[in-house]
Design a binder for this molecule. Structure first.
Ligand SMILES: C[S@@+](CC[C@H](N)C(=O)[O-])C[C@H]1O[C@@H](n2cnc3c(N)ncnc32)[C@H](O)[C@@H]1O
Length: 237
């Protein structure tokens, strides 16, 4: 199976309505945990039984992974978990608008594809428009959790979140290189830790600040051309 798909390709630009939550979950009124880029689903398959007070939604752009994760979910009889195919950048802003006020409790974006080459930067999932859509859907106090093994990727993600002025960073007693605030490691996280490599983590809480217009947020970002590393992305071409 291909390791990367191009999220900008035409087949991934189609609008897809979010199915009614009553069709997805046994109790659609529960708070929602959204995992962006849920891959084969093992993180949420382990999280859902540990956190039955929430519904968990995995969003993934590779359909075969969604189908395999859904098969495991059905096998395990988990009714507070669903995996959906979609492109976070195309589908999520509209989906988030349809959630009940205050329903989105936690957003996790873990080990996103790095797309190192400068000409591929627009393929990275955490773009300013998506960050604003997430921030608009999170009530004050609700959490956004980012992690990556690639410092050159997490640095611009942190820069974007902080440039929005919409989040407060949690302290080291809650989250850090040695401390994951969640009880389950993702698949990629397990591989990185097994290799003895560092993991970069940031936990944010939505504050009460109004959101900047998209153009203002984009204008606050530093150009990142200097941090391009073409070697690491060669396999993705
Ligand atoms: C490197 S994997 C990490 C998977 C998992 N979060 C983990 O930590 O093991 C990144 C995942 O994000 C998915 N992805 C990339 N761009 C996406 C997009 N625009 N929308 C939804 N999923 C996306 C990829 O297909 C891939 O499964």
């Amino acid at each position: 199976m291909r390791q990367h798909v191009n999220p900008l390709s035409r087949i991934h630009q189609l609008a897809r309505p979010l199915p009614p939550l009553i069709e997805l979950f046994a109790d659609p009124s529960l708070p929602l945990h959204l995992d962006i880029g849920s891959a084969r689903g093992r993180f949420l398959l382990a999280m859902a039984p540990l956190a039955p007070q929430r519904n968990h939604l995995g969003l993934e752009i590779r359909r075969p992974l969604v189908e395999a994760a859904e098969a495991d979910r059905r096998r395990d009889g988990l009714t507070n978990l669903r995996f959906l195919y979609g492109n976070a950048n195309v589908n999520l802003p509209e989906w988030l608008v349809h959630l009940g006020a205050g329903q989105l409790e936690l957003v996790t974006l873990q080990f996103p594809d790095p797309w190192f080459k400068l000409r591929h930067r627009k393929r990275r999932v955490l773009q300013p428009a998506l960050l604003l859509a997430i921030a608009a859907a999170l009530a004050p106090g609700r959490r956004l959790f980012l992690q990556s093994d690639v410092e050159a990727l997490i640095a611009p993600m942190r820069q974007l979140v902080e440039a929005s002025s919409a989040f407060e960073l949690a302290g080291p007693e809650e989250c850090g290189p040695e401390l994951n605030p969640l009880p389950v490691a993702t698949e990629r996280e397990g591989q990185v830790l097994a290799g003895g490599l560092p993991v970069h983590r940031s936990l944010y809480r939505r504050n009460c600040a109004p959101l900047p217009p998209l153009a203002d947020l984009e204008g606050r970002l530093e150009p990142t051309a200097g941090s391009t590393d073409n070697r690491l992305d060669a396999a993705a071409d």
